[in-house]
Each structure stands twice: as C-alpha cells, then as structure tokens.
Design a protein around this ligand. Structure first.
Ligand SMILES: [Zn+2]
Length: 340
C-alpha cells in the first residue's frame, strides 16, 4: 500500500511538471486530487489494510496529498506569471511610435473678437463689468430713461419672462448696476455680453447677439474724450489708417447722442458692396450719459459727467471676414468655425 502511495507521489509530480498550459491544469487536478482522483481512491483503499498498518498509511496519504496540492498551487502560479510575461512581451506598447495627433479646437470667432476688444480697452484703462442677462424691466428700460409710455420701447422687441422681468435687450442696464455699485467713485468699464431681442431670424438679424458697452463716469469728462476713445479703439481694432465720422443720433439714455462710422476697410472709402457703396461702416452708437441716467446711478449730474457707447460684436466680425449670414455664429457648424 505504501509503495502505491509513493508511486502516486512521484507520478503526480512528474505529470505536473509536464503540464505547460494553464488550460491543462484542471485535468491534472481531477486525475490526482479530485473527488474521484487517484489519491482519494488510495484513501478509500485504507479500509482494506490490517488495522495496525492503517494509521501510518493514512498519515502518508495525507502528507502526499498536501505535497501534491502545494506543488499544484506553485505550478499554477508559475504558469500564470509566464503567461502574463509573454503577453506583455508580445503586446508591448512601442513608445517610440509617434502618438495619434489630438485634433485641437480653438476659440469661437465671437470669443476671439470679444477678447481683442477687451484687450484694446484694457490698454486704455477700462475694466470689465459683468451684468446678468436676465434683467428687471426697470433696469433694462425705466432707469435708462425709457418709461413704459416711451416710444423708444418700440425699438426693442423683447422676450418677457414675466411683467417685470426681461431678457436684456441691450447691455446698457449694466450701466445702472455698475454706477450703483461703484458710486461715488469714478468709473471706466466695458460691459460685454449676450443680449436678446424678439426678432425674425434672418441672415442679418438673430434673436441673440453680443454687445460691448462702454461707460466712463468722472469729473469733467467731455464729448471729445468719447471721440478720442472710440477713434483709438477703431484704429487699434481695424488698422491705424482708419478714419472715423460722427453723425447725430438719438438714444434715450445719452444726450447728445451720436453714431460713429469708420471708412470701409475693404474698399478704403471708395465704395463697395459691403459698405453699400457709401464708403462708411457703422461702428458704434454713443453719447454723453443722460443726466437722468447719471442721477439714477447715484451720481449728481451737476458734478459728474460721463460717456457711454455700445457696439455689436457679430456685425463687425461679419464685415471683417465677409461672413454673409449672422446665423452661422450660432449654428455650431464646424465647417464654418474651422475657417477662423
Ligand atoms: Zn467698402
């Protein structure tokens, strides 16, 4: 009996060493250590032994069983490690290969134009003041000298949130917020941001657009300061050769009010399709802050004066890049966006 056990031990170890694939391991296990395996059979055979031989034989069977189990575990670990190593060796990443290029995005044309405008005004000492896009009727109209009965309200078709709240139709309500926040200190800010009007969407008009507002409030600020500021802006933005002209206009919140044009950068003033053969392009609406608006902002118009201006963002970009449809700005069409 003991000879059979020793023979099983030797045989088990030898056949285990011959197993080269992890997939063959269960087969070996069933043969030697499984419930119907050779060692289990040997254990059963103990009952046929004379009583005085049983303990020693039983002890030996268990020792061999443990030894085979230990050999099995070690061999299984070794095979798995070898397998992992092989897969690492064959599937290794070749770090000398050039990587796949990541397609880099870039800033939207509106963002880039806005950043350029901000840079130019920052050089002139203007800070950025951000105001909310959802405004009270009072800030959007009333405090800007546009009471409910005022015909100027017809200039803006408005998205109403409720009776008292609107999506701002221009960036000018930010003037009121900025003045109330900073008075009695002098102010020099631009107020860029999105505005909304309830308009028919056409190649020339969207119901959302960017405006950049400017506001300066101080002692002794004059109309010529406004002209000089806008002239400097126009030249930095569109080229040193630009000429500007001022036309009288009307806005409820400035007095006097003007429109500022510059000579067309595409034809140099001789007239082309873009400038509708006038030689001039509109740049901004502007004026001296109306005394009522100054007072609404907390500044005594007898002591303080200021100028304000407002310009669109998309229109100049359209002129500059000869974009024929304002709707492209909001379509998220990569074919359009990637051109800039
Ligand atoms: Zn032109």
């Amino acid at each position: 009996m003991l000879d059979t056990i020793e023979a099983l031990h030797t045989e088990g170890l030898e056949t285990l060493r011959a197993v080269e694939q992890p997939a063959q391991l269960p087969e070996w296990y069933r043969t030697y250590l499984g419930r119907k395996g050779k060692l289990t059979e040997a254990l059963r055979g103990l009952g046929a032994l004379p009583a005085d031989q049983r303990p020693a034989a039983g002890k030996r069977v268990n020792e061999v069983k443990e030894a085979l189990q230990a050999a099995f575990d070690a061999h299984q670990d070794a095979l798995k490690a070898a397998e992992l190593e092989a897969s690492l060796a064959t599937g290794a990443v070749d770090i000398t290969l050039p990587g796949r290029p990541v397609a880099p995005g870039h800033l939207h044309l509106s963002t880039r134009t806005l950043r350029r405008i901000r840079e130019i005004f920052a050089e002139m000492g203007f800070q950025v003041y951000e105001a909310p896009q959802v405004e009270t009727d009072e800030n959007n109209f009333g405090l800007l000298n546009i009471p409910p009965y005022h015909p100027a309200r017809d200039m803006w078709d408005t998205f109403w949130v409720d009776d008292q709240v609107v999506l701002r139709t221009h960036t000018s309500p930010g003037q009121i917020r900025c003045m109330r926040e900073h008075h009695p200190a002098p102010i020099r800010v631009i107020l860029p941001g999105k505005c909304y009007r309830y308009e028919q969407i056409t190649p020339r008009s969207e119901h959302q657009f960017f405006q950049v507002e400017g506001l300066a409030v101080g002692h002794g600020i004059r109309f010529t300061d406004l002209i000089g500021t806008l002239r400097a802006f126009t030249r930095k933005m569109y080229g040193e050769a630009r000429r500007i002209r001022i036309r009288g206009s009307y806005f409820p919140f400035t007095e006097p009010s003007v429109e500022l044009d510059m000579d067309c950068m595409l034809c140099g003033g001789s007239g082309c399709r873009v400038c509708k053969h006038t030689g001039w392009l509109e740049v901004a609406g502007a004026g001296m802050v109306h005394p009522v608006v100054l007072a609404n902002g907390g500044y005594d118009p007898a002591e303080w004066s200021g100028f304000a201006f407002g310009m669109g963002l998309e229109r100049p970009a359209m002129l500059h890049h000869r974009i024929e449809d304002i709707r492209y700005f909001y379509n998220n069409d990569l074919r359009f966006l990637q051109q800039f």
